[in-house]
Write a protein that binds this ligand. Structure first.
Ligand code: PEP
Length: 241
């Protein structure tokens, strides 16, 4: 099971000290089959990478530019640059970036460049509350998958993170039955090798007891709760207990 920590735009050099507990936990037997991946802001990737050097916690970024090459793109970072500083994962298509104007087409280009740079891609999809209310969840997810993965054959390094937009940071999670059916539906969009499927949206140490029962999930993408090492560790422990 994968547990991806999305730190969003939080953290400074002092935050590194909060990771001691997680490093210790990652070396203990209690981690069982949990695989931890931290996606801090760009500014902390190198420090986190160093912190995790003697343990199995992996590192990712929260976005990247779509270009494969260096270029005159003020303020941006591409997948090759991320790979060169130790990142192995990148979160793409997050709803907070879609909201800012990232289109399916742009996300598709980013995914292609990330795969080329040998990053594993955590591709976020999800419907808004109004889309859900209008019964559009399935058509939105299909469209995001179709356009986001257009002309991408290699699915082995791909994770789909189903993150209902209305669930992110709100404390609300989908009903178990709905979530199970949506995961099943997402799988049906793929032929042959299936990507791994994660759920994201307000995962916390309380609701993990329900979420862990959902069939066919390969893990969780965790925002707010992942910045608190105790909560993050609790989520992992409870998943296996
Ligand atoms: C996220 O932003 O990817 C996320 C899942 O956030 P939260 O856990 O805070 O809802």
């Amino acid at each position: 099971m994968y547990f991806v920590a999305n730190w969003k735009m939080f953290g400074n050099l002092k935050s590194i000290n909060t990771l001691d507990k997680v490093v210790k936990f990652s070396k203990s037997k209690e981690i069982k089959k949990g695989r931890l991946i931290y996606c801090p802001p760009y500014t902390l990737i190198t420090s986190f990478f160093k912190k995790f050097q003697n343990c199995l916690i992996d590192i990712g970024a929260q976005n990247c530019h779509e270009s494969d090459d260096y270029g005159s793109q003020t303020g941006f970072i591409n997948s090759k640059m991320l790979k060169s500083i130790g990142a192995n994962y990148v979160i793409l298509g997050h709803s907070e970036n879609r909201k800012k104007g990232e289109t399916d087409k742009l996300i598709n280009l980013k995914i292609k460049s990330a795969i080329k740079a040998k990053l594993k891609v955590i591709f976020c999809i999800g419907e808004t509350l109004s889309e859900k209310k209008r019964g559009k969840t399935r058509s939105i997810l299909s469209k995001q998958i179709k356009l986001g993965l257009n002309k991408i054959k290699k699915k082995s390094n791909l994770f789909i993170a189903y993150e209902p937009v209305w669930s992110i940071g709100t404390g609300k999670i989908p009903k178990s039955k709905d979530l199970e059916q949506t995961v099943e539906f997402i799988k049906k969009n793929f032929k042959g090798k299936l990507p791994k499927i994660l759920y994201g949206g307000s995962v916390n140490p309380k609701n993990i007891n329900d979420l862990k029962k959902i069939n066919n999930l390969d893990g969780f993408l965790i925002g707010g709760a992942s910045q608190n090492p105790k909560k993050f560790i609790d989520i992992v422990k409870k998943t296996f207990n």
